[in-house]
Design a protein around this ligand. Sequence first.
Ligand SMILES: *Cc1c(COP(=O)(O)O)cnc(C)c1O
Length: 387
Amino acid sequence: MHRPIYLDNHATTPVDERVLAAMLPYFGEHFGNPASINHVYGWEAEAAVKKSREILAEAINATPEEIVFTSGATEANNLAIKGVAEAYFQKGQHIITVATEHSAVLDPCQYLQTLGFEITILPVQKDGLIDLTDLEKAFRPDTILVSVMAANNEIGVLQPLAEIGAICREHDVIFHTDAAQAIGKIPLDVQAMQIDLMSLTAHKVYGPKGIGALYVRRRNPRVKLAPQQHGGGHERGMRSGTLYTPQIVGFGKAVEIALQTQATENQRLTQLRQRLWEILSQLEGVYLNGHPTQRLAGNLNISVEGVDGAALMLGLQPVMAVSSGSACSSATTAPSHVLTALGHSEQLAYASVRFGIGRFNTAEEIERVAEHTISTIQSLRKQKTLV
Ligand SMILES: *Cc1c(COP(=O)(O)O)cnc(C)c1O
């Protein structure tokens, strides 16, 4: 029995073996606490953490002091949003975000609403992009934060970060972006894009789960954050807790590899995605979700007319590991809030497939996936006309 072809690379990615190899010594011989300053065990661990911090900083054109390690992007988003809310509430209590954000952004915002903050949730256009004039109009004198994701985890859409950054700076409002799907996949530059806070995670870029980071701007302007976890004062007081050295080493290695291969890998993934779409789009009633080109290279998201969403997933399962909506919400039966935000009917939002093509997928796999998807849709439609 073959295991299904893994095409759920937006949910998580396998750890690259080079990443695992880099991590292993830090579970063994180099087990020290990076905060131990009096012996070699601590120094070794600290040196490894420092190296990863430098790699991450360089990847986004920040400085190492601006990287705060967290347990992942969920925690980074919570720290950014609640941390700003708590530090700036005297300046204002209004936050702007977008309907297609990950729940790790929307839920902290919703929580802040229960404390009295006001949240404006911007709609998206049919292609998943925000309308910048909507953003312009949403600012108020009491706006303290704008949170717009870099790359969407369901439809892969890339929001125009540099334009958003410029608008936020003009209004003197802090700009946070959730770049969990973007790090290592698209160029990110916190200076050129005028980003003040950026959430990152390792496990979407062939690194380990359980490690992420928040970039926190230190100059022009210096962003204040109220810590959400208190303790030993690690990470300059913004996130206490002993640093998880092996995961941090893996994070650095994963990003280093991704950046070395970013341009060529994006070309390869774009070709695979275009091939998949070329075949699937031959069927009638199959729609592309999200912008045709302004999207992650490995993302294809489709909605299918005239089939039941659950039956479609069941039919695809033996051959491929894909999901409908995001992994985080696929346990629920509600249609994806992202596809609903595109203006889809409930049927089209339900009957959707997210193909997340990644580093280890081959052209042969894509052919097999395309073929099986076509035959599954055809047989479901046929069954329907029989009953
Ligand atoms: C996966 C993901 C998250 C959550 O990241 P974790 O590291 O798993 O906590 C947040 N935002 C986006 C856009 C994601 O894709």
